[in-house]
Design a protein around this ligand. Sequence first.
Ligand code: GLC
Ligand code: CA
Length: 560
Amino acid sequence: MWWKNAVVYQIYPRSFADANGDGIGDIPGITSKLDYLKWLGVDVLWISPHYPSPQVDVGYDVADYTDVNPEYGSLDDFRTMLNEAHARGIRVILDMVLNHTSDLHRWFIDSKSSKDNPKRDWYVWKDPGKDGGTPNNWDSIFGGSAWEWDEATGQYYYHYFLKEQPDLNWRNPEVEKAMFDSMRFWLDMGVDGFRLDAIGTIFEDTGYPDHKSPYNAYDAIKAFWLGKEGDFDPEEVSQRFQWHFGLQQDLPEIHDLMKRMRQMIDEYDDRLLVGETSDLKYLGKGDNQLHAVFNFDLLAKNRLSPEIVRQNQQKWLVSVPHGAWFGNTLNNHDQSRTKTHYGDGVHDAELARVSAALMLTLSGTPYLYYGEEIGMKDYAVQSFDEVRDMVAAVYRRLMREDGRSDEQILKDLATFSRDRCRTPMQWDDAPNAGFSPADVQTWLPVHDSYAQGVNVAQQKQDETSLLHFFRTLIHLRKTTPALLEGSYAQIDPESSEYLAYLRQTDDQTCAVFINFTPDAQPVAYRFNGTKVLFSSGNRSSIDSVTIDLQPFEVLIVELL
Ligand code: GLC
Ligand code: CA
């Protein structure tokens, strides 16, 4: 179960490293940074979609599942990257987008060409509804109707995401076969597994009944964009999303599909399926559906507190079936970056270390997102021209229709557009942060923090940097069995200022203390007789029973 004990690092290929100097990240760029990733200590790379794509959803609109986006390089470049990663003991998992393809995928072009094309039934086509309009009132999660009219053949096609992302019809066995074959293509090449995109959305109710909800597409997109940040209370947001469930999301058929996919991947030795869901049902009995799902609950919170983390670990550790596992994550290519999201505007640097310490000492596989390790922050788009996330374009259209001013919309996008977390990786303090040559326009602007120490080169030189903090804890986790695979037990379940817990194997017990506050916190524990494994407060030993945890201190001791 290598995937249980791994530290995973997500690479957004368009933004990681640009080897050929065109302003766009690429596969040779990833290869050139493998030594860095090895130095950092990560075991697994999850690479966001690298396939040919018109990039309407930055690769999550796949036009060919068995090739490499020419902007990113060739299949040979990919093989080189994979082999070089393996040579360094680093595994590679790919992003498999199952629910939909690009509208420019050959399959959809064929499907759209006529009603009796053999591929017609590979997608979800429907006649107009009784009133001559859309077949029903279902909406796209990105805003607007889920149905797009095709004038030439007089039918609508269904898309849960953008209209450029038509849903595949997985009830057609040919679709399943074609997609499994695509997965085999990469597995045969030696790829170590897949992160499965948006699996909840693969099946729809074939009765296509209208939603009974009072909410419309406008409400839905508003909830999607604004929901987490306080315009709606969380209860209301969750109600607005509920109406997808059972009709457009999470149909029971998905679980038989996951079982068949598991059987397919089990023909290979030791590969991984991790699903983009927090739903434990996808783990099946622990050996018959996915290997792992994500603990997204922490990422849904605006601030972390000891109570939230305690409840969260408790919940996951009691509910994950034997043989399956879960990943912890605080940010990804869809979400606000950790340093921005969990910051308070005053202690952002300290809170970024608290977050890192959580990821690397809790139970659950850490999934880190590129740039998290140097404290990259969200980027605020400055103009509509800068926006690359097309969901933002849908938002702009809907909000304009609703009478929101452009000025207000741009302000919203500066905070919420997913571009915020997708800017180029910051490698050094040269113009363009060493991502691309200085005179090139990068596909998204480089965050100007690169010039203020938020870059790899500078932090590598500085042993007190966030980068070294990550690296030290990654190495500590990997060399400390209790942190890697030990059980979890709370030490002080009452404190709302600090988190304290034990990680324990048969042979080793560690105690972890994390102060979430800017104040010293007195903690009583049998510290005498422990060995300090890590202290951000620079302790080397403790000979008293009570200590004052320093502001935001992270302290890890081993019980002797
Ligand atoms: C997932 C991806 C997101 C993408 C969507 C549609 O949620 O994480 O980036 O837009 O699926 O593929
Ligand atoms: Ca490039």
